[in-house]
Design a binder for this molecule. Structure first.
Ligand code: ZN
Length: 231
């Protein structure tokens, strides 16, 4: 309520700004808070009209938006559809995970994951890398996607947490099965691993073992257990 009043106080100044600048301001509001952009839209017709732009839907934060709405309705579906059509990377990532791991729409899932990956979503690179390594005969592309995560400062741990959060309320219907790790030195490379690593991401220098560790994590997540823990 306080924020809404504050926005109303700004109206005379906002009216004097070019629409492109107001749009940019609203996009930054949307990127930081779904609730704040909603309040801005509700505050007056002018802001509501400016905010009815694909750029806002591309930028809007979905942090407070449930992956699977508890009470799906036309308004929620319409909002999420527009986010996807506008290229909102988080919406594309979520849809890719849902389609591939839950709805078993594999082609559609891969398409959304690739779209999110191409837009720089690290979590999508992570899932896509694991999925390709489980299903493709040629490992090169999957390894490349996991190397993107490995070389990023956010690293694997954040991608694991992100996937866990997105899949918490998902019912898995597509179980991934890891291929055997062909590294002849895996006992040596993995000997210090107990449980899933947290702050020792760079301990495993071997690419094959590093990728296999992440494959096991995702496969175990999908199987709701430790089935592949000691694979
Ligand atoms: Zn190895």
């Amino acid at each position: 309520m306080k924020r809404t009043r504050h926005i109303k106080c700004l109206h005379p100044y906002i009216f004097s700004l070019p629409n492109d600048l107001v749009l940019e301001i609203l996009a930054r509001v949307a990127a930081s808070s779904f609730t704040d952009i909603l309040n801005a839209k509700l505050s007056c017709k002018f802001l509501n009209e400016i905010a009815n732009n694909d750029y806002i839907y591309q930028q809007v934060s979905l942090e407070k938006v449930p992956v699977i709405p508890w009470w799906p309705n036309k308004q929620t579906s319409s909002f999420l559809d527009r986010c996807k059509k506008s290229g909102n990377v988080e919406a594309l990532y979520r849809q890719g995970v849902i389609e591939y791991l839950s709805a078993c729409n594999l082609e559609s899932g891969l398409m959304y994951l690739r779209m999110a990956t191409n837009s720089g979503h690290l979590g999508a690179s992570y899932v896509l890398g694991v999925v390709l390594l489980c299903n493709n005969d040629d490992d090169e592309e999957g390894i490349n996607f996991l190397n993107i995560v490995h070389n990023n400062v956010q690293g694997f741990e954040e991608c694991r947490q992100q996937l866990q959060e997105v899949t918490t309320c998902l019912w898995f219907n597509n179980y991934l099965v890891p291929k055997p790790n062909n590294c002849l030195m895996q006992n040596e490379h993995l000997k210090k691993q107990r449980g899933w690593p947290t702050d020792n991401e760079n301990v495993i220098q071997c690419e094959a073992c590093r990728c296999h560790r992440e494959i096991k994590f995702v496969c175990s997540l999908c199987s709701h257990g430790e089935k592949f823990y000691n694979y």
